[in-house]
Design a protein around this ligand. Structure first.
Ligand SMILES: *Cc1c(COP(=O)(O)O)cnc(C)c1O
Length: 394
């Protein structure tokens, strides 16, 4: 215990509100293994041809892993550029002193946002002719060049101009002063689906749009199409850069893509036992008495709950790791605490560590396990851990 206590205390981030959290004080925390992240980045770089750049997608606070430390680590180990979803996410990275190219994947629709993007040297996504006019009008007042990344909708039905209007759109943008086309890109809706039909159709449409540009004498700028799934799946989708999110964090977008490269999970979620007691046979546990002890039962109270991002829907289904063993959680998960059946944990002590996501001994529990149990995707699980949990980089 003592050795671990010192180790973790040494790595508590100084800039975090929980800067005094130590293992003995902290009730629950998220551990971010930046060496695993570095490993994943290197694996991805090795997997890509030297023609293809790696854009690390660090939106939503790097999928809950901490945008600044993830961005710095990814860039240090070979990522070429960064992508985020919103303007404030980009500004946060610039304020931290990051100078790499940063693309805002989301839509920018006001002059204020364009001015801020330009001031912070953030590259913007351009989706419509109206936006193109607004961008150009706004930026010409400043007299600064604005790199824009043209987004085509090839079948996601989210942001972007319809792929059939690509040539018309690119021609308009080329005529507008102060806009320089940095890339043309699109996004795939089903790259993780074992059935490749829709992905192939989107790819064909993207190719078609580019071929039409060429036929009109327009030399295409840089092109990109692939998210993690498409990157792991097919090098024909790599183009000039790949936009990788999930795989950076060590998770596979789908089971059938596991063989492509070796990824290590970066995030672990841990908490502490805060009380141990034995309840009498017939006692109910937690709100609503969803669990009734059928015999006298040793239980452990753990200091983590749904306000930290442990979904209440996992109540009575969650299993955690204590002393390298799988332990069932019992009763409703509450806002700040949850209970365990401690029958197989003799002499359990307050302060012992409970792993909710991560490895302990021979067992590990992944965000995929939670996603399967909740009928959702690992992306949502990772983004679900709240800032109330101090983040410790190890
Ligand atoms: C989030 C996002 C990505 C990254 O997706 P992953 O599946 O996490 O790799 C790539 N491109 C766009 C446009 C995105 O919004």
């Amino acid at each position: 215990m003592l050795r671990e206590e010192q180790t973790v205390r040494g790595f508590v981030q100084k800039d975090h509100n929980y800067q005094f959290a130590t293992v003995s004080q902290g009730r629950a925390w998220v551990e971010i293994n930046l060496s695993a992240l570095a490993h994943n980045v290197r694996q991805l770089k090795q997997f890509l041809s030297s023609q293809t750049e790696l854009m690390a997608v660090v939106k939503a606070d790097a999928y809950g892993h901490g945008a600044i430390s993830v961005a710095e680590t990814a860039l240090h180990h070979g990522a070429d550029s960064l992508a985020i979803a919103t303007l404030p996410e980009g500004i946060e990275l610039r304020q931290a002193g990051i100078t790499a190219p940063i693309l805002i994947l989301g839509a920018i629709n006001t002059p204020e946002e364009i001015r801020a993007a330009a001031a912070w040297q953030l590259e913007v996504t351009l989706c419509t002719p109206q936006q193109a006019l607004l961008f150009s009008d706004t930026i010409s007042v400043i007299g600064q060049n604005l790199p824009v990344h043209i987004k085509l909708d090839t079948g996601m039905s989210r942001l972007g101009t319809d792929w059939q209007q690509a040539t018309q759109f690119v021609r308009l943008v080329r005529q507008l002063p102060y806009l320089s086309i940095a890339s043309i890109y699109s996004h795939l809706a089903t790259a993780d689906d074992p059935d490749p039909t829709v992905m192939r159709l989107q790819h064909l449409r993207f190719c078609g749009a580019i071929a039409e540009l060429k036929a009109h004498g327009i030399v295409p700028p840089r092109l990109h199409l692939a998210n993690s799934a498409a990157t792991l799946r097919d090098s024909a989708l790599h183009y000039d850069l790949v936009r990788v999110g999930l795989a950076l964090y060590g998770l596979y977008p789908a089971p059938h893509l596991r063989c492509a490269i070796d990824l290590k999970p970066v995030l672990q979620v841990k908490a502490r036992v805060t009380q141990v007691k034995t309840i009498a046979a017939g006692s109910g546990v937690s709100y609503g008495y969803q669990f009734i002890a059928s015999q006298d039962l040793p239980i452990a109270i753990v200091g983590i709950g749904y306000a930290d991002g442990v979904p209440r829907n996992l109540s009575n289904r969650l299993r955690v790791l204590v002393r390298g063993q799988l332990v069932p959680q019992i009763g409703a998960i509450t806002m700040d605490q949850l209970m365990l059946d401690a029958s197989n944990l003799p002499d359990l002590q307050v302060g012992e560590i409970v792993t909710l996501i991560g490895r302990d001994g021979d067992f590990s529990i992944s965000a995929d396990d939670w996603a399967t149990a909740l009928d959702t995707i690992s992306w949502e699980i990772l983004c679900g851990f709240k800032h109330r949990l101090p983040r410790i980089n190890i």
